[in-house]
Design a protein around this ligand. Sequence first.
Ligand SMILES: CC(=O)N[C@H]1[C@@H](OP(=O)(O)OP(=O)(O)OC[C@H]2O[C@@H](n3ccc(=O)[nH]c3=O)[C@H](O)[C@@H]2O)O[C@H](CO)[C@@H](O)[C@@H]1O[C@H](C)C(=O)N[C@@H](C)C(=O)N[C@H](CCC(=O)O)C(=O)O
Ligand SMILES: Nc1ncnc2c1ncn2[C@@H]1O[C@H](COP(=O)(O)OP(=O)(O)OP(=O)(O)O)[C@@H](O)[C@H]1O
Length: 545
Amino acid sequence: MTSPHPRIRPEGTAPRRVRDLALAFGFEVTSPAPPHGADVVVSSVASDNRVVADGDLFVALPGAHAHGARFAADAVARGARAVLTDADGAAFLASAPGLVSTPVLVAPDPRAVLGPVAAWVYGTPADRLMTFGVTGTNGKTTTTYQLDHLLRALGWTGGLVGTVEMRVGDRVLPSRLTTPEAADLQALLAAMGEQGVRTLAMEVSSHSLSMHRVDGVEFGVVGFTNLSQDHLDFHGDLQTYFDAKAALFTPAHARRGVVVVDDVWGERMAAAARVPVATVRTRAARPGEAAADWTVTDVVPHGTGSAFVLTHADGRTLRTSTTLPGDFNVANAALAAAMVLEGGAHLDDVVQALAAAGGFSARVPGRMEVVGPGGDGNPRVVVDFAHNTDALELALAALRPTTAGRLVVVFGATGDRDKGKRPSMGAAAVAGADVVVLTDDDPHGEDPAAVRAAVLDGARAAQAVAREAGREVEVAEVAPRAEAIARAVRTATPEDTVLVAGRGHETIQEVAGVDVELDDRVEARRALQQRAGHEGAKDERTTTA
Ligand SMILES: CC(=O)N[C@H]1[C@@H](OP(=O)(O)OP(=O)(O)OC[C@H]2O[C@@H](n3ccc(=O)[nH]c3=O)[C@H](O)[C@@H]2O)O[C@H](CO)[C@@H](O)[C@@H]1O[C@H](C)C(=O)N[C@@H](C)C(=O)N[C@H](CCC(=O)O)C(=O)O
Ligand SMILES: Nc1ncnc2c1ncn2[C@@H]1O[C@H](COP(=O)(O)OP(=O)(O)OP(=O)(O)O)[C@@H](O)[C@H]1O
């Protein structure tokens, strides 16, 4: 069981009567009438006893490790005024000491009502924000940063929620999940409203949709980036994974949607949507394909990224750019622009805002982050979050055109996660790079050598095919990760590009269950400094594994 998220508690929530809550949702109340006939009131909601504070409604959820009802007595001791749970939890509580006069409300599936109940307690805070939610296998973080960048450029005080951090206006809070638990999310939205935040750009993971975390939020506009193999350890198969994401494009979660339809999964998402949807295509329509509502054209190199034109079927045209390299980052910026325009922003306002903001120039931590620009005898060093096959292919393809020498990639695969993608990640690295340095990513509880071996299998097979075709790719296995980064940067030539992929912004690596501090950007900078300090470093070739 992981530690709970640090608590965010809005100040101004009016106390709500528990019996009104029971009436509003049709919950049965199993405890005796409160003492002295007083009405029990709650003013906040928690689903983890370890963060309960005075005035909370404690929601005891069933879970894979434990039933939250086990912690109800402690929650009441910490100040919870009432408990909401399911029949199993209520049965457990019937004999729980210290709960004699605490109202226990019973719901068929508390996980599905936690969000709506928390929204009810906090006064449906999402309704007071312009809300944008983004789902998809890759691009959620980048697209939400670009959304927040544009919304702030339009003059709004923005809120951001996702993998890297949570922003409430100018405040930055740590993020433990891509999409927070429902009780935390509703409290965060209420706190945003109290602090004058008017817009929300939020990542919506498929896990969170499967686990009802965003129930109780009706997004104004939702966006779909793409779907490829990932998280099948949780969803089981690609269709189930797709269905989990498709739930976001239903009236329970959204008023309208924007879908990137560059591939079949995008077409399917647009067809499956049960809310009005605008489509975005970032490539030319193929024969027989319906024209998209928004089309990207004229993509050209521009600074560290690309300039592009986004045109609507009604003639509206936006000429802008993104500072992030790669065609996939054009797709992310185009999706962000289309979502804001579909949300009702006027084109002229968007054109002016982006012109003043230098286009989509958001710096997204660990996403194609240039740690060393190259020059002065150094290779270019880029840190990216690519941690699945699709992302790795695209990140390498994005860097190839601007690499005069060799393209070197340092990467690994995450332990205790989707194992199916490991061989294909190895193959993608060999297909896209000239030098492959295979190392650890985040082993979690798995044997790092076993994880590397699975990736190496795919790499070696692809290496043999490349050799047959007359293309020699160096493949080395170097652990631990810090040494792999150091070695790749040390042995690269000034014309080379080194891509360190998979962990991006992350600063903690879990090895055998122990958290180890490791930030790829710090390691890459250190290696560049050491390289600078050892002019004429001996030309140590990477051994071929
Ligand atoms: C697979 C998954 O998502 N598991 C989530 C699930 O865990 P679980 O079912 O094991 O819950 P549990 O630990 O048995 O706890 C049951 C209940 O008792 C409560 N509890 C538990 C312990 C305690 O001491 N006191 C207490 O009150 C818990 O708050 C919970 O309500 O319910 C827990 C609490 O509600 C979540 O914290 C936990 O997310 C874990 C931490 C997690 O790592 N989730 C990841 C996989 C996740 O959600 N990732 C996506 C992004 C995926 C991606 O795109 O990469 C995300 O949105 O972050
Ligand atoms: N539109 C896209 N299509 C494919 N790959 C992308 C796209 N955008 C980003 N990527 C790649 O995927 C990686 C992850 O990007 P980002 O963090 O924005 O996505 P994400 O969906 O938030 O990922 P996660 O859910 O794992 O946090 C990037 O580092 C990049 O390599």
